[in-house]
Design a protein. Structure first.
Length: 138
């Protein structure tokens, strides 16, 4: 992947993780370029298959493309930042990310977005008035 494509992905995301929406400037670990469909599954390093992801989200997502819906027990695909609209699948309730859809539930679960340690960080950010993001329209 060349630097121009990497910069395009970062700019398109507006400097925020395309999964949990935390802005890069609020996270001490550098964000990564995620292959939405992992290369091991045939995903390409093309702009339609790349997303900006926090280190935390990307480390749990790994090469996963699906997970088990905790409500139905069915296999459901993960949120796809290039094909899905964030607000159709997720909403914030204070520091907790909730889901409108099975895709949202599975993504929250697989990426461990509501892990207690990560929620504690968001509680602190809420107290500072720095969270949640104001435009989760992606």
């Amino acid at each position: 992947m060349d630097s121009a494509l990497e910069e395009h992905v970062r700019q398109r995301a507006g400097g925020a993780c395309e999964y949990c929406q935390i802005p890069q400037h609020l996270d001490y670990l550098p964000f990564q370029i995620d292959h939405i469909i992992a290369r091991k599954h045939g995903g390409q390093s093309s702009e339609d298959n790349l997303a900006l992801a926090s280190y935390y989200c990307n480390s749990y997502k790994g090469p996963n493309v699906a997970g088990i819906d905790p409500d139905s027990g069915e296999v459901v695909r993960l949120f796809h930042p290039r094909k899905d609209r964030w607000a159709d699948h997720f909403f914030w309730d204070g520091p907790i990310l909730n889901a409108h859809t099975p895709t949202g539930r599975v993504t929250i679960r697989v990426l461990r977005i509501n892990d207690p340690d990560y929620v504690a960080v968001r509680i602190s950010l809420l107290a500072e008035g720095a969270f949640p993001p104001t435009s989760p329209a992606r």
